[in-house]
Design a binder for this molecule. Structure first.
Ligand SMILES: [Mn+2]
Length: 272
């Protein structure tokens, strides 16, 4: 039986929106039940904060990670990182201790990881891997598997480089070494690869931020790069084909205090 891989973007504490999407993917009991046998869910991180039900989201995902290991792949986002190391920023409504402890345990037990590779060889991280980070911090590994292994090794070593922020936290100029939990889609991630003369070593899928502003209906990219982009406004996906080769897909629907609708997970092509 072939296995579908669905990549779910940032959930932002919206349990209802998560369940609705899971139900659409075939999860029974209106999205509360087990993941079906023909489906693997990859969630890009930022499960929590913003919306009203962060604790419920964490409780449901904890059930999948504990009872159906392998059917749910959980990546760490910068909002989960708040609970696995000293907080990088102040959040006005932190998680209750049970949810915070669950996230900490996922990290310690290796149930929450910085990167995964889809069966088609596509690299998935929270914010995307910038060219600078790939080259300078990882040493330019040549394949998605080697990149994911290198990021996993940084996690094992609790290396602060993995958590390196960028302009979204520091409010300064784009940082060429912004890490895969923080890189801004337009100014740090896409610009870094668009400047390259050689093809990117991997295709990528990321959440965290979007190179298209859903609120305003406008690109955050300059016109030359936006010309290489394609927007799926129904699903809230942005695909950019890099000028020198390689594809970057953004799947962050940018939910706020209320969920942005409509939105969908990203079905990994070739795994349906
Ligand atoms: Mn994020």
């Amino acid at each position: 039986m072939s296995t579908r891989h669905a990549v779910i973007g940032d959930v932002g504490g919206h349990a209802g929106a998560l369940r609705a999407e899971l139900a659409r993917l075939g999860v029974p009991d209106e999205g509360r039940g087990p993941i079906p046998d023909d489906l693997v869910v990859v969630q890009v991180g930022d499960l929590v904060h913003r919306g009203p039900d962060s604790e419920e989201v964490v409780r449901q995902v904890d059930g999948y990670l504990r009872r159906q290991p392998g059917r749910w792949v959980q990546l760490i986002g910068n909002h989960e990182a708040q609970y696995v190391r000293p907080a990088a920023f102040q959040w006005p409504t932190p998680l209750d201790p049970t949810a915070a402890d669950r996230i900490g345990a996922w990290w310690r037990e290796g149930l929450m990881v910085p990167a995964t590779v889809l069966p088609t060889g596509v690299l998935v991280t929270h914010a995307g891997l910038t060219r600078g980070f790939w080259r300078e911090v990882l040493g330019a590994p040549g394949s998605a598997g080697e990149i994911a292994d290198a990021l996993g090794a940084l996690a094992q070593a609790d290396d602060p480089a993995l958590f390196r922020a960028g302009c979204l936290l520091q409010g300064r100029d784009p940082d060429p070494l912004a890490g895969p939990l923080w890189a801004a889609a337009a100014s740090e991630l896409l610009v870094s690869w668009a400047e390259a003369e050689e093809p990117a070593p991997v295709d990528q899928v990321h959440g965290h931020s979007s190179s298209y502003d859903w609120e305003r209906g406008a690109w955050r990219l300059g016109p030359a790069l936006a010309e290489h982009g394609h927007v799926d406004a129904e699903a809230k996906h942005v695909t950019v084909d890099l000028p020198a080769g390689g594809r970057v897909v953004g799947v962050d629907p940018d939910h706020g205090a209320t969920p942005r609708t409509p939105w969908r997970s990203w079905p990994a092509p070739g795994t349906a």
